[in-house]
Design a protein around this ligand. Structure first.
Ligand code: KIV
Length: 271
């Protein structure tokens, strides 16, 4: 290896966002950005655009696989996609969702599954839905050296028990979940669909960063499903808190129609 390529390899290894760096952002008061990614191309585009964390979310079940909720996606499928995202990113910290119901199958099973994720992909952390009820699991993962992001508030994997996707307002439960996850060693917490004032209270209470989705502006960071953020949603449910920063659906459809027209008319390819 030449000197310059050795240097550039070293540089790219050093610049990936780390768990301690994400945590330090809270004390510095700098807001954290996170988006979902499910494949190499999207991971590369988002990573090169400066997002600090990528989430291989189980929302993949809905956005990529076309299911009606997040329950069907399997561990092997999460690993397959996490590998692509791992290959496509070099700057962002990559977090991978533990799919339903892995973390309810006991501490041992969860450590084995999360261990597979870290061993078989290039990703650096896992996310699991749960707070106080998952404290022992979080603690076991952290003890094994696996960074954990907890996910409290609306937990999409419990959609059937909740009877739909609803704003979570139980203050005592939310505070108990968030503090238990922090005490168990989670490095960060997603707060989903929590009233903004409550999200603010939890964010001020915790030492670890909160990352909000549908939880108002006071969290330490924000996460969105990238397909929603880019206007790529194809008929699925788009929550009211989503902001689309582009209309890629129209761009793709227009380009496709133009390509089809040109092929039919014999304009493409040219001599
Ligand atoms: O799976 C996912 O995309 C998520 C985000 C909504 C936080 O969990």
């Amino acid at each position: 290896m030449s000197d310059s390529s050795a240097k550039s390899k070293k540089k790219s290894r050093n610049k990936r966002m780390t768990v301690p760096a994400i945590q330090k952002m809270k004390s510095k008061g700098s807001r954290i950005t996170m988006l979902t990614a499910y494949d190499y191309t999207m991971a590369r585009l988002l990573d090169q655009s400066g997002v600090e964390m990528l989430l291989v979310g189980d929302s993949m079940a809905m956005v990529v696989q076309g299911h009606e909720n997040t329950l069907p996606v399997t561990l092997d499928e999460m690993i397959y996609h996490a590998e692509m995202v791992g290959r496509g990113s070099e700057n962002a910290l990559v977090v991978v969702d533990l799919p339903f119901p892995i973390n309810h199958q006991g501490v041992h099973q969860t450590v084995v599954a999360a261990g597979r994720i870290l061993k078989e992909t290039r990703c650096q952390a896992v996310k699991l839905e749960g707070g106080a009820d998952q404290a022992d699991v979080i603690n076991a993962l952290v003890t094994a050296g696996i960074p954990v992001m907890a996910h409290v508030g609306l937990r999409p994997q419990t959609v059937h028990a909740m009877g739909g996707y609803r704003i979570q307002r139980d203050r005592d439960q939310l505070i108990a979940d968030a503090t238990a996850a922090e005490q168990a060693g989670a490095f960060s917490i997603v707060l989903e669909c929590v009233p903004p004032e409550l999200a603010k209270e939890i964010t001020e209470l915790l030492r670890i960063p909160t990352v909000g989705i549908g939880a108002g502006p006071h969290c330490d960071g924000q996460v969105l499903v990238s397909h929603d953020m880019l206007g790529l949603n194809c008929g699925g449910y788009v929550p009211s808190f989503v902001k689309a920063y582009a209309d890629l659906k129209s761009v793709i459809q227009q380009a496709t129609q133009e390509y089809c027209d040109e092929v039919k008319e014999g304009k493409f390819p040219e001599e």
